[in-house]
Design a protein around this ligand. Structure first.
Ligand code: FES
Length: 365
């Protein structure tokens, strides 16, 4: 650790935006899951809300690729942050990171951001349900609560394929042994020859849930895992009559259909509309000195694309904050999913992927 981080005068806190970070450690968690630890190249304390994510900007085969990953570390250890990534068949970015990101490597990162976090969603009694590498946001929350000696009553239920696939197993068992308000329950689909397993076997179901957390109806549920896992969890809870207003999941990559903003689709939709030229709206990009007249309904991002201007974009759904630009003048209608803070909005920033001009608009790009 460079001592520059310990100088409170020079050290800044992490704000949503683009930062350069350096990989300072790579840890093998399981056979196909690795944790990558990063620090900023500038002295920065990595404060964020446990459960939030960052978006990596990576050049692969001369193409810029953006991909979001939940932060697995806790802001209680702010000198670095980590992400835990599983190698998946065909996973362009995850495999690239596994193959190429070593200690000393550099990366550009956007964020942190995200509404699935334990600061904005709170409760005295919680039930954390995770499957596979979906453990990362709830692990960040658990680490935060553990490190800060909170009195939140935590039931932590993690499902893995086999005992050897349990990510962070020793750390989870340590927390379980150390404090009495952390109750760990591990479920393995099956176990291999020569492996011993004394925990739950199979899948999470109503019966197991009743045994593990008989008071689950009184808890706030945080859930993250593969889509079939989250679908099964929701079915178990709704069948039991659980109040789904107390259910929260990492909806990363799967927001409600009506919230999806697809700029290219919008561009083609609006291109097919007959519009009076008086109704065209001017979108100006003042740094590059370019402007374009667009039909109503097009996002600022799509307007930029018409000019060949590429505002960085990852999720396209107002989640990740990658496409943030400063609005200089005019009004937009922004339908985001938590990818921008109220402070940023007050300062005039918008997410270009989900902001639709309501008149002539000028942005800083
Ligand atoms: S690209 Fe993610 S918020 Fe716009």
């Amino acid at each position: 650790m460079n001592n520059k981080f310990l100088n409170p005068v020079n050290t800044q806190t992490w704000a949503n935006g683009r930062h350069e970070v350096q990989c300072v450690r790579v840890i093998d968690e399981t056979l196909d899951v690795r944790t990558f630890c990063f620090t900023s190249t500038q002295p920065v304390m990595h404060f964020f809300k446990p459960g939030q994510f960052v978006t990596f900007e990576i050049e692969i085969n001369d193409q810029q690729v953006l991909r979001s990953y939940t932060i697995s570390s806790s802001p209680s250890v702010p000198y670095s942050f980590s992400v835990t990534i599983k190698r998946v068949p065909g996973g362009q970015v995850s495999n690239w990171l596994h193959d190429n990101m070593k200690q000393g490597g550099f990366l550009a990162v956007h964020g942190p951001t995200g509404i699935f976090n334990c600061i904005d969603i709170t409760g005295d009694k919680v039930l954390m349900l995770s499957g596979g590498v979906g453990i990362t946001p709830v692990m960040s929350m658990a680490r935060w609560w553990f490190d800060t000696n909170t009195d939140v009553d935590i039931v932590f239920v993690h499902s893995a394929r086999t005992p050897r696939d349990i990510i962070y197993r020793r750390e989870l068992e340590y927390m379980d042994a150390r404090i009495d308000n952390f109750n760990l329950n591990l479920i393995c689909e099956h176990y291999g020859n020569g492996e011993s397993w004394s925990g739950y076997s199979g899948f999470l179901d109503q019966l197991k849930l009743n045994i593990i957390a008989p008071d689950f109806m009184d808890r706030i549920v945080y859930c993250c895992g593969p889509t079939p896992y989250m679908t099964a969890v929701k079915r178990i809870l709704t069948d039991a009559g659980f109040n789904m207003a107390n259910y929260y999941e990492e909806s990363f990559g799967a927001p409600p259909e009506e919230d999806r903003i697809d700029a290219e689709q919008q561009a083609s939709d609006t291109a097919n509309l007959e519009v009076n030229s008086d109704d065209l709206l001017q979108v100006e990009f003042c740094k590059t000195g370019k402007s374009v007249k667009v039909k109503p309904g097009l996002t600022v991002h799509a307007a930029a694309a018409q000019l060949g201007l590429h505002i960085p974009k990852a999720c396209g759904m107002g989640i990740c904050g990658t496409c943030k630009v400063k609005k200089i003048s005019g009004d937009v209608k922004m339908s985001h999913n938590g990818g921008i803070t109220d402070d940023d909005v007050d300062a005039g920033y918008i997410l270009s992927c989900c902001s639709i001009p309501q008149g002539d608009v000028s942005v800083e790009f």
